[in-house]
Design a protein around this ligand. Structure first.
Ligand code: ARG
Length: 275
């Protein structure tokens, strides 16, 4: 073989080795296509993997489909953000009460889980700009006639998810004797199950998730009365992680402008029908 031919073969061999290295699965991650650069005006996160925590018991923000895939508005949103900011979300469903501590300890880079921006939480973690506004509502069984609104709860038992802003509101109402008893569940699934089982009289829940549970239980649930709060939801990063927060904010602005947020809203709050 001539010197030139053998140099060419070494080159081919080298390329094959590189290709093999590229195909080899890396621990814990799936082989994913090469990252595409960030969109114009959005900081580039260099294709890095982000550990994202969510509590997937919150339709239609985050839930599991029949094949146990994570789906929902928040799931689509973080994927769209990473498409623009050049990152790879590795999304895990975890218990709600572990989400903010997990971000604080650095177990997760990001939390997206219908999380209300509150001054108390802002002491512990950083939030992006709001991506949607919600309000709390009262969810009751479809055949309920005794409860028309918040004024009818003074002798009733109300369920919430432990550690949510819904828990905070119900706890305050109970202190002010506007609710007889508050039952706190680890997930909203369990709170709604308790309502359907007649263990409790009502659930206090964010409007959008209330609609999600109504859609999942056709003919069995309804909301009553006025909205009790106005709350902004944001995406959480570790306190001081301005790199991630700024990239996400730039991506959120782009997604608002190009109509993606509106499209996701229609997809999950108007068109989505649970199986
Ligand atoms: N918005 C409420 C809060 O931040 C409830 C969020 C519950 N989210 C969930 N995935 N379970 O406290």
């Amino acid at each position: 073989m001539s010197r030139r031919r053998s140099a060419a073969w070494w080159g081919v061999l080298g390329l094959m080795l590189l290709a093999l290295a590229g195909c080899a699965p890396r621990a814990g991650t799936q082989a994913t296509p090469a990252a595409s650069p960030a969109a114009a005006g959005v900081p580039d996160l260099g294709g890095r993997t982000l550990r994202v925590a969510t509590d997937a018991t919150y339709p239609p923000f985050e839930m599991l489909d029949e094949q146990k895939n994570l789906i929902g508005y928040d799931i689509d949103l973080i994927r769209e953000i990473c498409r623009l900011a050049n990152c790879r979300p590795e999304i895990r469903s975890v218990a709600w009460e572990g989400i903010l501590p997990g971000v604080q300890q650095g177990d997760y880079d990001v939390a997206i889980s219908g999380i209300t921006i509150t001054p108390e939480r802002e002491q512990r973690v950083d939030f992006t700009e709001p991506y949607i506004e919600v309000g709390q509502v009262i969810l009751v069984r479809a055949d309920e006639t005794r409860i028309q609104g918040a004024q009818d709860l003074a002798d009733k038992t109300v369920a919430v998810q432990l550690g949510t802003t819904n828990d905070e509101l119900a706890t305050r109402m109970q202190r002010e004797r506007q609710i007889r008893e508050v039952r706190r569940y680890r997930t909203f699934d369990l709170a709604v199950a308790a309502l359907l089982n007649r263990d409790v009289d009502a659930v206090i829940i964010d409007s959008v998730a209330g609609q999600g549970f109504i859609a999942q239980n056709p003919g069995r649930l309804k909301t009553v009365g006025e909205r009790l709060t106005r709350e902004q939801l944001g995406i959480v990063v570790r306190e001081g992680n301005t790199e991630l927060r700024d990239a996400f904010n730039a991506a959120l602005r782009a997604l608002k402008q190009d109509g993606t947020l509106d499209r996701l809203y229609r997809k999950w709050f108007e068109e989505w029908k649970p199986k």
